[in-house]
Design a protein around this ligand. Structure first.
Ligand SMILES: Cc1cc2nc3c(=O)[nH]c(=O)nc-3n(C[C@H](O)[C@H](O)[C@H](O)COP(=O)(O)OP(=O)(O)OC[C@H]3O[C@@H](n4cnc5c(N)ncnc54)[C@H](O)[C@@H]3O)c2cc1C
Length: 401
């Protein structure tokens, strides 16, 4: 096995960076993980719900199970969902069910900080992993072509492979001068926890409105996470509004799918931007997760795409190690870009297609009307349920089932 003498350096220990570090340690590699924030390992199920919640699909569940993380999530908390209810303001309605796929669930709603805490549980047991709570100050390449990372804690690390997992505003991406295409949706998403009048029935509820969708994602009995998509100014207005007026607006935006909604403070709004980095790799370095790509979150694909980056990396690195190839070799790194770039673009385009399909423009309105009878035909519904469970119809279905 050809290994680098120095550890692989990962900058960013969010869900994707930390999971990647764990995967690399389990491949027998040394890793130094740099994370700016303090990781709360003690995250348990007595705390209020995290504002950030992710819908986890099959490929992510399989990866987390294979890395030994799933039990740590189960010991904290998650909520399985068996169905997805979709409706729009014109009366179109359908429900996609796990039993159409002969599966017990379509996916799980898990708080982001539960996932990170469970990953860090495992990571701290790895003797091959060093974790530093700090940020990088600068990076440069030395005469041997290795990356030197100067940290704000005064340390300097040298590595032959640098991984940027520092999220959508990636500093690593800027340092590597990797260009990015961006599309600002001029939309914000308000997230938070609400109590609901009616039981959620372990179903994800999505109501499409001309301003953007409103989603209710099950967390616990009569308790859901919301994703309320609005133009930026309206999102700010509702965040600052009096609770009674806001609850009423929220209930109306949800089309009363689960009756009256009451928000548990706090709520927060996130700007929505599609980002695609032209190249995910540079000499001796690569980007994963939101550092490489971001998608519109309406179908809950962001974390799942980042986890697919890790699944691809695991298989490429395993193959390289078996063939005594250095992991930083350009011929190895290019395989990662080839495996992931096109897939992320497809998902991004798919989300934009959904935005268009559920808009109030005449053509998509007509199209929805014409195709709505299909939504009651079981094979078609099964196909859509498969996209919900597996994120796509090919690729991850074959590789990660
Ligand atoms: C409203 C909303 C809802 C969403 N819902 C879903 C969903 O249901 N399902 C889904 O799959 N995805 C969803 N997503 C997307 C998902 O949240 C992201 O794809 C995911 O968080 C990306 O993880 P990451 O680890 O790549 O980046 P991040 O979560 O941004 O983590 C980056 C990490 O790097 C650290 N960091 C940053 N800069 C530095 C630095 N200079 N030095 C050291 N550390 C640094 C940060 O502290 C952080 O821990 C949603 C997104 C939004 C906005």
């Amino acid at each position: 096995m050809i290994q680098t003498k120095e550890p692989i350096v990962i900058i960013g220990g969010g869900m994707i960076g930390a999971t990647c570090a764990l995967m690399l340690c389990q491949l027998g590699l040394d890793v130094h993980l740099i994370e700016a924030d303090l990781i709360d390992d003690k995250r348990d199920n007595t705390r209020p719900y995290d504002l950030r919640v992710s819908a986890i699909q099959h490929s992510t569940e399989s990866l987390l199970k294979s890395l030994g993380v799933w039990d740590g999530i189960l010991q904290r908390r998650l909520c399985p969902f068996h169905a997805m209810h979709i409706q729009d303001w014109t009366g179109l309605q359908t429900q996609l069910n796990a039993h159409d796929l002969h599966e017990p669930v379509l996916g799980y709603l898990i708080e982001n900080d539960v996932i990170t805490a469970a990953v860090f549980d495992q990571l701290r047991k790895q003797t091959r992993c060093t974790i530093s709570q700090t940020t990088p100050q600068s990076i440069f390449r030395n005469d041997q072509g290795n990356w030197c990372v100067n940290l704000h804690n005064g340390a300097q690390l040298t590595t032959s492979l640098l991984i940027g997992a520092d999220g959508a505003q990636s500093q690593v991406r800027a340092w590597l001068e990797l260009e990015q295409d961006q599309n600002d949706y001029h939309q914000h998403c308000i997230v938070g926890t609400v109590t609901t009048e009616k039981d959620h029935q372990h179903t994800c509820w999505q109501h499409y409105r001309p301003e953007g969708p409103f989603a209710l994602l099950p967390l616990a009995e009569k308790c859901c996470s919301i994703a309320w998509y609005l133009p930026k100014e309206a999102a700010q207005q509702w965040l600052n509004a009096a609770p009674t007026a806001r609850n009423q607006a929220m209930t109306e935006a949800s089309a009363h799918m689960l009756g009256t909604l009451t928000a548990m403070e706090p709520l927060a709004a996130f700007p929505l931007v599609r980002r695609q980095t032209k190249h995910y790799i540079q000499e001796n370095s690569l980007l994963i997760g939101d550092a490489a790509h971001t998608v519109h979150p309406q179908a809950g694909q962001g974390v799942n795409l980042g986890m697919l980056d890790i699944i691809a990396l695991e298989s490429i690195f395993r193959h390289a190690l078996a063939h005594h190839q250095p992991l930083y070799d350009a011929r190895v790194l290019i395989k990662f870009e080839q495996a992931r770039h096109h897939d992320a673009t497809l998902v991004q385009r798919g989300m934009e297609g959904l935005n268009w399909l559920f808009s109030d423009k005449p053509l998509p309105m007509q199209l929805r009307k014409l195709t709505s009878p299909l939504l009651h035909i079981t094979p078609f519904k099964t196909l859509l349920a498969a996209v919900g469970r597996y994120g796509r119809l090919t690729g991850s279905l074959k590789n990660n089932a």
